[in-house]
Design a protein around this ligand. Structure first.
Ligand code: T46
Length: 144
């Protein structure tokens, strides 16, 4: 299922409650390997709007689009990838130090996010040049 370098696509389990729609779920431990400390969702975004424009220093997240169509653009300064989330049975795990933009391809699309930590503005890198610099510094540290 996954051909991505910067993120991982996972199957979200779903159960058809016959004649009564569908129910989808994921479990920490069985479906995702990080603890979930926070869930948030983004909605009422007009079509064509781009959100994001940042990376996280430590946070890991599972992104799901339960309704509609949202394009997720990822990059690490070298690799650029795009994923269209338009299926509630698919989740995208985005790890730390990956720059992300989210483009609302349909109005009324909903982005639901399960995050590995509480909200912390200090965890955000919102300036692209600083992001690339921090990545380079981390790579240098790893090579030592
Ligand atoms: C991410 C993408 C996928 C809070 O106070 N608590 C929260 O839990 C969140 C997520 C945000 N905020 C505040 C921070 C900003 O003042 O809400 C405001 C809007 O957040 P932001 O502009 O960062 O929203 P997006 O849609 O650009 O990014 C969000 C998440 O913030 C981010 O972690 O990875 O969704």
């Amino acid at each position: 299922m996954n051909e991505l370098k910067l993120a991982k696509l996972i199957k979200i389990r779903n159960i058809e409650t016959f004649g009564k729609g569908s129910l989808s779920f994921f479990e920490v431990g069985n479906d995702i390997c990080f603890d979930v400390k926070r869930i948030y969702y983004i909605y009422q975004v007009p079509e064509g709007v781009t959100r994001g424009g940042h990376a996280h220093r430590n946070l890991e997240q599972l992104l799901i689009c339960p309704h509609g169509s949202i394009e997720i653009l990822l990059n690490n300064g070298e690799v650029f990838e795009s994923v269209l989330l338009d299926n509630p049975s698919v989740g995208l795990i985005v790890r730390n130090m990956v720059w992300r933009d989210m483009v609302w391809r349909e109005c009324d699309s909903v982005l639901m996010v399960a995050a590995s930590n509480e909200f912390d503005e200090k965890d955000y890198v919102r300036d692209y040049k600083s992001f690339v610099k921090e990545l380079d510094e981390r790579n240098l540290q790893e090579m030592k």
